[in-house]
Design a protein around this ligand. Structure first.
Ligand SMILES: Cc1cn([C@H]2C[C@H](O)[C@@H](COP(=O)(O)OP(=O)(O)OP(=O)(O)O)O2)c(=O)[nH]c1=O
Length: 195
């Protein structure tokens, strides 16, 4: 059975794949993540995922199944990556307060002979946040390595009123869709017989 090369430095993506039984080798891509903001979030997320996968593919001596992903947040046509400063983190959370935004994760899987690109988008609705909610949250430092400046799987989950779509897409990898695509590459999770 084929094991997976995860072309991502995201601890969440590794944890998710491992918790669903995939054996992974991590090789982080070193591409500069630039985006053409005139393109749709779906297009950008898939293109960035593909660039990450291809970057790692170039470093390998033999063909392996490589998976890469990219997560972007958008609202009313505006794109939000990872906040670089406290002001950017605050601005994201103020905009998301009491409203709905979209989280899109694009995924690229390739093995040298075939490549598959897909994405999923989930709507996330936030409760109305107070200034204190936002300041306390920013002080956790949780926003900085996450698109849109929050983590639904962490303290950011306290702000989420509802979601429409796949939860794992928000965390950074739509695992059920990934499972379906990985089967085409002969890559299956290990199944424990203990439980
Ligand atoms: C919205 C949201 C994003 N995120 C994370 C998922 C991604 O790790 C990150 C978006 O940045 P990405 O550029 O997609 O990924 P990354 O830089 O962490 O890792 P790599 O490029 O090496 O693959 O935001 C959460 O963990 N929880 C959330 O609720």
């Amino acid at each position: 059975m084929n094991t997976l090369v995860l072309a991502s430095g995201s601890p969440r993506r590794l944890q998710l794949l491992e918790s669903f039984g995939y054996a992974c080798t991590v090789i982080k891509s070193t591409i500069e993540e630039t985006m053409d903001e005139t393109m749709s979030p779906e297009h950008i997320a898939q293109e960035l995922a593909l660039s990450k996968a291809q970057d790692v593919q170039r470093t390998l001596d033999e063909p392996r199944v490589i998976l890469a992903a990219d997560t972007l947040v958008s609202q009313n046509g505006r794109l939000f990556g990872k906040p670089g400063t406290i002001d950017e983190a605050r601005a994201c959370l103020q905009l998301f307060s009491g409203s709905v935004h979209q989280v899109t994760t694009g995924v690229a899987i390739c093995d040298g002979s075939q490549q598959q690109l897909f994405y999923q988008t989930t709507d996330v609705e936030f409760w109305r946040l107070t200034e204190e909610d936002i300041e306390r949250y920013i002080s956790t430092k949780e926003p900085y390595d996450k698109a849109g400046g929050y983590g639904i799987q962490g303290m950011g989950g306290l702000f989420v009123k509802s979601i429409k779509g796949d939860y794992y897409t928000v965390v950074g990898l739509p695992i059920a869709a990934v499972y379906r695509h990985l089967k085409d590459f002969g890559c299956l999770p290990l199944v424990s017989v203990d439980n």
